[in-house]
Design a protein around this ligand. Sequence first.
Ligand code: GMT
Length: 375
Amino acid sequence: MMKIGISCYPTVGGSGVIATELGMLLAEQGNEIHFITSSLPFRLNRVNPLIVYHEVDLNHYPVFQYPPFDLALANKMAEVIDREKLDILHVHYAMPHAICAILARDIAKHDVKIVTTLHGTDITVLGVDQSFKKMITHGIEQSNAVTAVSNSLVKQTKEMLGITKDIDVVYNFVNENEYKKKELSGIKKEYGIKENEKVLIHISNFRKVKRIQDVIQTFKKVSHYIDAKLLLVGDGPEYSNTCQLVDSLGLNDDVLFLGKQKNVSDLLSISDLKLLLSEKESFGLVLLEAMACKVPCIGTAAGGIPEVIEHNETGYIVDVGDTDKAAEYAVQLLQDDALRKQFSQNAYNRARKYFHSEIIVNQYLDIYDRVLARN
Ligand code: GMT
């Protein structure tokens, strides 16, 4: 049994999902889990006496021009390390969480080991603001172990920061009890989708990097040949631009904006194909969620996506921006029932073989054991 603290961004997003699901699975195995976050992690939906949530509270003193959230987090981490005698503090993102953890380790009296998981956002920050380079490098170098969610992210991190420290690749996983194909044909009808119509789906936080305009353009081309609907799940900065594009292409009747949704596996269960055409993506957790629900995927040759989709087996990989090719593959798959059935089974098999939660949780446990043995 270990005592593990976990810090992540608790709001919607793949890193928060992974951190929370990991904590819940570790607790099911008898480990004591302490979430230290700014609000209740949105995926924390199971009661377990071994899970405790510590909220980081921040007083707004007038002397501070900017409320020092990161310091408040480090302070809370140090308190929890000492009070609960944590063995491991597992933080998601080098910046700010690893930096806060390092400060907390310095402040705390009890010895704790820091494990940092990189999800790609540190690299995105660096791409925009090189002045954070020293800070992110420090977070990585001073962690007792560092993991990244794809080989591509390890390579990119090492290239951009010039670090030589070992980074373990630990892929993402899904909760298989939730992400499975369900027989829910009734939902199609509820959304006004005809039985013969194919369903394409895109799920994201509508950030620019997701290139939703390419999803729409691909769908437009597909809809010349196939009766289909496109489900857009999520919300974010590109929402209005996406609405405008859909409108200008005359696709209002065929593109359904569903906003943020909780039961994504239900929507995946009625989907025939998933599109993720991002220009940056360290893993693409939504792809794995789709694969677990037997949905083949078309993704771009960006970041870790080609490590998740096996081209020509579980879906297709296209160059970023190549909507002609994406549409060609989509039409090929949607017109051929036997091929789609094969791809959907392959996708499911691949999700279980390489990304099963049991495999991934054991990899994290091995890393915890390794850093604790270095005492
Ligand atoms: O994609 C986002 O904008 C959210 C971000 C996050 O912090 O959750 O996602 C990152 O981490 C996920 C979990 O490891 C990965 O599946 C996403 O690919 C990664 N996003 C990017 O690299 C853009």
